[in-house]
Structures are given as structure tokens and as C-alpha cells.
Design a protein around this ligand. Structure first.
Ligand SMILES: *Cc1c(COP(=O)(O)O)cnc(C)c1O
Length: 228
């Protein structure tokens, strides 16, 4: 992909984020995680050279390959996809900056056991299925606070930094907004327990997510596809 096109896409995303965050509050800061799952490692390198530092992948295998190949660059790697239990060891070898898709207490317990064994710790976000869709992983919004606190209590090697959610899969903006508002309310409650990341918003809905309080957006196609 052409460097100038990547630059244009990134500038465009940054500009829209800027408008959305200023509409909320001039002190509100939003982090961009560029999602590389549909693109090549070359494009990731180019985006890095344009100043982007945080990248996300949704498969452990891809994350392992790319983080190894680009190990000389100070990239912050995020695992944003569902983690199969048989991939836990592989993920822990990579030592990502943030695992955003911790989606059950059971997975937390398995992670905790392996982390304790390796004397390692891992920063995570609890994934909440705010739109309650069968196709999505994540804990139910009603029990999310309780599970969050339970993980904090019982898993000392997991640093819970907040929550992650995927907006409702719908053409109805109101439904998407509702799912973001549900997520934000949970995040707001958990701030007194140390939560500082509210990860919501993808290419199709990040401006709305920011207006609802998101401070981390995960963006793939708006950056890595030709959007003309
Ligand atoms: C693919 C993916 C994204 C980015 O999706 P786009 O719509 O391409 O921006 C964000 N979050 C998760 C969990 C993903 O799997």
C-alpha cells in the first residue's frame, strides 16, 4: 500500500478523533490501536514510520510472528481477539502490552495459574458483551462489575486496567449508542477500583464511541484499506 495513502488515512482518522474528543471534553485523551489483521507487515512498518506505535492483532499466531519480525521496533503490541486456552502459553511468551479480550473468570484463573508459575504478570481488559449478542464473547454487563472485582481479588498476576467492548452489530445507531453507554457506565463504576481504559470503537463507530467516553479505539479498515 502506498505510503501517502496510509498517511492520508491515518491523518483522516486522527482528525475525526480530534473532533469527537473535543466535543466531549478538551482534556479527554484517546489512544489509537491500529489493527493489522487485514493488512501486511509492510504496511505496519510504514504506519510505524508515520508515527503510530500501538498495534493490535486478533490471532496469537499472527501476533507472535509479527512481534518477532518487528522486535527491533519499540511497538506496543495488543492482543484484541478471543484467546483459546491452548494458546495461553504462546501469548505469555509474546508478553503483549495489553490483552484486551479477557472474557471469563475461568480464563482469568487459567491465566493466573500460568502467570504465577512463570512469575510474570499481564495487563488485561475485561471484555463485556454489552449488546448481549450470541456471536460475541465477553461477560454479561449485569455481572461484569462483580467478575472484575473477583478477578482483581483472586488473580494477583493479572493487572486489570479497564474494560473492552465491541459495539452492537446493527444499522441502528441508537442500538450501537446504547451498547457504548452500557459499557461506559460499567467503566465509570470501576474507575474507583483502578480502571483507566475504556476500549470501544472500531472503524465504523469510533466517533460515536468517543462521544460515549471511549479512551481507546481499535481501528483497522479505516487505516489499512483504500477508503476513497
Ligand atoms: C478487527 C477488529 C477491530 C478493527 O476492525 P475495523 O472495523 O477494521 O476497524 C477492532 N476490534 C476487534 C476486536 C477486531 O477483531
Amino acid at each position: 500500500m502506498d505510503r501517502e495513502l496510509l498517511r492520508k488515512n491515518l491523518d483522516n482518522v486522527i482528525w475525526k478523533i480530534e473532533q469527537a474528543r473535543l466535543a466531549l471534553n478538551e482534556h479527554h485523551i484517546v489512544q489509537i490501536v491500529a489493527v493489522g489483521k487485514y493488512t501486511t507487515i509492510e504496511n505496519i512498518k510504514t504506519l510505524y514510520s508515520l508515527g503510530q506505535r500501538a498495534f493490535g492483532e486478533n490471532h496469537v499466531q499472527q501476533l507472535a510472528q509479527r512481534s518477532l519480525e518487528l522486535k527491533d521496533l519499540p511497538i506496543e503490541w495488543h492482543m484484541i481477539g478471543t484467546l483459546q486456552k491452548n494458546k495461553i502459553n504462546k501469548l505469555l511468551e509474546i508478553k503483549p502490552s495489553l490483552f484486551q479480550a479477557l472474557d471469563s473468570f475461568e480464563l482469568a484463573k487459567e491465566l493466573e495459574a500460568k502467570l504465577a508459575n512463570k512469575q510474570q504478570s499481564l495487563s488485561c481488559l475485561l471484555q463485556v458483551n454489552s449488546a448481549k449478542e450470541d456471536t460475541k464473547s465477553g461477560v454479561n454487563p449485569e455481572v461484569s462489575t462483580e467478575i472484575y472485582l473477583q478477578i482483581k481479588e483472586e488473580c494477583p498476576h493479572i493487572n486489570l486496567e479497564g474494560i473492552m467492548s465491541i459495539g452492537a452489530h446493527s444499522d441502528d445507531v441508537k442500538k450501537i449508542q446504547n451498547s457504548f453507554e452500557t459499557t461506559y457506565k460499567i467503566y465509570e463504576k470501576l474507575q474507583k477500583n483502578g480502571a483507566n481504559i475504556c476500549s470501544m470503537g472500531m472503524s465504523g463507530d469510533y466517533e460515536l464511541a468517543i462521544k460515549c467516553g471511549s479512551n481507546l479505539v481499535r481501528i483497522g479498515s479505516s487505516i489499512f484499506e483504500n477508503n476513497d
